[in-house]
Design a protein around this ligand. Structure first.
Ligand code: PRP
Ligand code: URA
Length: 206
């Protein structure tokens, strides 16, 4: 299922990312803050277990988290979402999925995969700011399933309708979260209006 968060705080911070005048330091900081805000929504149904504790006022029956959370950034740009989510869940494990998009064919090219052993037991958040053609996200989730992940959520910042269609057709069982659904892809496969090349803007490489 597709969820477009459209939250005022997220949309506000996303405007800074979209602005071509925002440099990589401010870009990274806003991206991290957006990741925290998105995680808050994406994880609102996390499984809980009953616990019994004692407060300074006496006994208390309450609940605590009852699942592993595994973050899997799609390199490079997905790394920009990790720290903001780790701030909320410091015990999260992290796996890595190396994929780049061939600039001519727009096809995803895999070059690295390393996942924690809890992959099949926990809730896996696959992370990438951009869902353009959807090729990278589709390939990443296919790999996660091959490696045993059962409960996967795909978290992106900005999506194009083309990417949403490709992803939901390939993985109808995986919930997809976007901060914003943009208008279309241009002739070189970039999201319009989008925010440009996420990896380059995070790392100042262009
Ligand atoms: C970007 C982005 C996604 C992909 C989206 O990565 O971070 O992974 O493109 O495009 P798609 O939906 O058409 O597959 P890029 O290939 O630029 O690699 P990078 O993060 O290493 O810069
Ligand atoms: N990758 C990006 O970083 N940006 C886009 O708009 C499309 C693919």
């Amino acid at each position: 299922m597709l969820t477009v968060l459209n939250h005022p705080l997220i949309t506000h911070k996303l405007a800074y990312l979209r602005d071509e005048n925002t440099g990589h330091k401010d870009f990274r900081e806003n991206l991290e803050e957006i990741a925290s805000l998105m995680a808050y929504e994406v994880l609102r149904d996390l499984p809980m277990k009953d616990v019994h504790i004692t407060t300074p006022m006496g006994p208390c029956d309450t609940k605590m988290l009852d699942t592993e959370v595994i973050l899997v950034p799609i390199l490079r740009a997905g790394l920009g979402l990790v720290d903001g989510i780790m701030d909320l869940i410091p015990t999260a494990k992290v796996g890595f999925m190396g994929i780049y998009r061939d600039e001519k064919t727009l096809e995803p090219v895999e070059y690295f995969a390393k996942f924690p052993k809890e992959l099949s037991e926990g809730i896996v958040l696959a992370l990438d700011p951009m869902l353009a053609t959807g090729g990278s996200a589709v390939a990443a989730v296919t790999k996660l399933k091959e490696r045993g992940a059962k409960n996967i959520r795909m978290v992106c910042l900005v999506g194009a309708p083309e990417g949403v269609k490709a992803f939901t057709e390939a993985h109808p069982d995986v919930d997809l979260y976007l901060a914003a659904l943009d208008d279309h892809l241009n002739e070189i496969g970039y999201i319009v209006p989008g925010l440009g090349d996420a990896g380059d803007r995070i790392y100042g490489t262009k």
